[in-house]
Ligand binder design. Sequence first.
Ligand SMILES: Nc1ncnc2c1ncn2[C@@H]1O[C@H](COP(=O)(O)OP(=O)(O)OP(=O)(O)O)[C@@H](O)[C@H]1O
Ligand SMILES: [Mg+2]
Length: 318
Amino acid sequence: MAPAPIEIDHLTKRFGDVVAVDDASFQIEEGEIFGFLGPNGAGKSTTIRCLLDLIRPTSGSCRVLGLDSRKDAVEIRRHLGFLPSDLAMYPNLTGRQTLEFLAHLRGGVDWAWVDELSERLDADLSRRVAEYSSGNRQKVGIIQAFMNRPRVAVLDEPITGLDPLVQLEFHTMLREHAAAGNTVFLSSHTLSEVERVTDRVAFIRRGRLVAVESMDELRDKAVRRLRLEFAAPVPAADFLAVPGVHEASADGLVVTVQYEGSMAPLLRAATDREVLSVESGSLDLDEMFLEFYRDEVGEDVLAEEASEEERAAGRGSR
Ligand SMILES: Nc1ncnc2c1ncn2[C@@H]1O[C@H](COP(=O)(O)OP(=O)(O)OP(=O)(O)O)[C@@H](O)[C@H]1O
Ligand SMILES: [Mg+2]
């Protein structure tokens, strides 16, 4: 069997006392779009930099298409497209000159394909980099990542700065690329992006992988919400005993219930009274992840992380 296109094996990276990545292991399969999610400073870019041999792991290893990230870095580059989170470009070159410069380093670029990419992303390659808006710079970054039709694309926060229409087109491109048997690994802060386009997702926090799940599994686990309006006030407590119900709250004539599994017992309990309206919806997955955070480490982890980041920024530790 062919090796998985991306394999991260017990990867650890320390910067002094900071453990940026702590014993992370996962694999990404051929044809898969895989999302890497986590808050600021979680260790996403560090993992990606180790994968690309831009920095050396403290321990553990990474493989791309079965090749060792460190020993076979040159061979890997031939099959790889990479969008860094901080792509440096020469301000005086135009978008096209930038791509020509990068193509010269890499080889194997089909310019008709580059034109197609830039048309689809609505990128104007005739302007100088210095004149680009941040979204337009990002488009040049995406085009350079895909211009050699890479078997493996590694994209660090690709949709940063892209407007919603361009995001949609970009996600369609990713799906086509994966459907052709290629592999995509992308990082993001927002589950809503990852939800739209990825097959599986790894969630990282403070260097540790806290979950690796398929989007389908995540959706099944999502707690659902039902909003019931009654002709007369009903105590929320009446619903707490119903199987599958996690939470219930009443506000005037409206009872809002969070539950998992089948809706049937809840509806049976509701129709004992006169129901005026019923509205059903899933909990947003982002909200679910916040729930997941709280379960893991207590209520204040996000606030705590934010203030740690601020302290670190104040010390100028980067
Ligand atoms: N070159 C470096 N020297 C020292 N510490 C570093 C270095 N690079 C990253 N770190 C630290 O490693 C941790 C992980 O950083 P990393 O850039 O991987 O996070 P990230 O998940 O990509 O965050 P963001 O969403 O903000 O891009 C942070 O605590 C960061 O300060
Ligand atoms: Mg990053």
